[in-house]
Design a protein around this ligand. Structure first.
Ligand code: NAP
Length: 315
């Protein structure tokens, strides 16, 4: 079989880029200065595309790749891929579920601990010499508080297990009620009203854009904290900043933002907000496992015509 031509849409870590280069003819689109010239010269040969979860691929772009058979996403979120268009063209779309679940859930719990117990603020308090002048603030006990999870999928369930171990109770919402021992609420506003921590763990994309809006934040209320480990697009960021400025919610712990790596300037100066640079899956072990699965999907496709982790919309 001739070596398949693969388009690399974003810079990849060496532990994925190097094995790909060993087995495929890789075309580093992200590094090309003349993107249109690149597509005109190479687009007709490309049979596979590798992209990160943060990249958006448009139908127009894919139209320049007439022989494309598979998009292998290095990440679980594939909101940057036009899945309906891919279905029409018969292009397979794969992602890297499961292998990152525990790490992302750990980040959600860390954000609950950091916002709920004020640990980042208290770290600043020690470093700035504040402790030499006065005692630390008291915060609120986590045990007994309710965590409302928007999107009780693989990551949402792993978060639920972790916060249960902290003595917290769990409620959730999503498009379906599930057979789980947690309270189901019919929509995100009702979930917010019932929660101390509203944890966002659903996919991004058009269906969830700005789902957490001003009304939902008002329902969460003054004692409520928003945690987002999913996608920045799910929260109306202007409404979030306004609610934090007005004190109508208590705080926020955010790993993801609408326009990464740019973060709304107002958030940078707020003491009741903890900000992380999209590190949900950012451990050596997990990124390597994601890379292996990303390549394994391509290998399986070109060897057998089957993939390992087809996205559910195409199954
Ligand atoms: P998953 O197993 O597919 O779970 C997604 C959950 O969201 C499901 O329970 C689903 O339940 C719910 N959902 C789907 N569409 C919805 C909608 N329109 N409204 C409300 N709920 C909806 O996915 P996962 O593996 O847990 O990953 C979740 C997301 O985490 C990914 O899509 C990704 O964007 C994000 N993520 C972030 C990081 C990071 O670094 N911070 C890392 C990995 C993943 P129903 O079917 O009942 O609606």
């Amino acid at each position: 079989m001739p070596t398949p031509d693969i388009l690399i849409a974003a810079a990849l870590p060496p532990f994925l880029a190097e094995p790909l280069r060993a087995d495929y003819r890789c075309h580093e689109y992200y590094a090309a200065s003349d993107k249109a010239g690149f597509l005109a010269a190479e687009g007709g040969r490309i049979r596979g595309l590798v992209q990160g979860g943060h990249i958006t691929t448009t139908p127009d772009f894919l139209a320049a790749l007439p022989k494309l058979e598979i998009i292998s996403v290095f990440g679980v979120g594939y909101d940057g891929v036009p899945v309906d268009y891919c279905r029409q063209r018969g292009i397979k779309v794969t992602n890297t579920p499961d292998v990152l679940t525990d790490d992302v859930a750990d980040v959600a719990v860390a954000l609950i601990l950091m916002t709920g117990r004020g640990f980042v603020r208290l770290d600043r308090f020690v470093r700035s010499g504040g402790w030499l002048e006065r005692g630390p603030e008291l915060t609120t006990k986590l045990g007994g508080q309710k965590v409302g999870i928007l999107g009780l999928g693989r990551i949402g369930k792993a978060i639920a297990r972790r916060v249960e171990a902290l003595g917290m109770t769990v409620a959730y919402t999503g498009r379906h009620r599930q057979d789980v021992p947690y309270q189901f609420l019919p929509d995100v506003k009702a979930l917010a009203a019932a929660s101390d921590f509203l944890v966002v763990a659903s996919p991004g994309g058009a269906a969830t854009r700005n789902l957490v809006n001003a009304e939902v934040l008002a329902a969460l209320g003054k004692k409520g904290v928003v945690v987002n480990i999913a996608r920045g697009s799910i929260i109306d960021e202007s409404a979030l900043v306004a609610a934090l400025q007005a004190g109508t919610i208590k705080g926020a712990g955010l790993d993801v933002f609408a326009d990464e790596p740019r973060v709304p300037a107002a958030l940078l100066t707020m003491d009741n907000v903890v900000l992380l640079p999209h590190v949900g899956s950012a451990t050596h072990e997990t990124r390597k496992a994601m890379g292996d699965l990303c390549k394994a999907n391509l290998d399986a496709w070109f060897a057998t015509g089957k993939v390992l982790t087809l996205v559910p919309e195409l199954a």
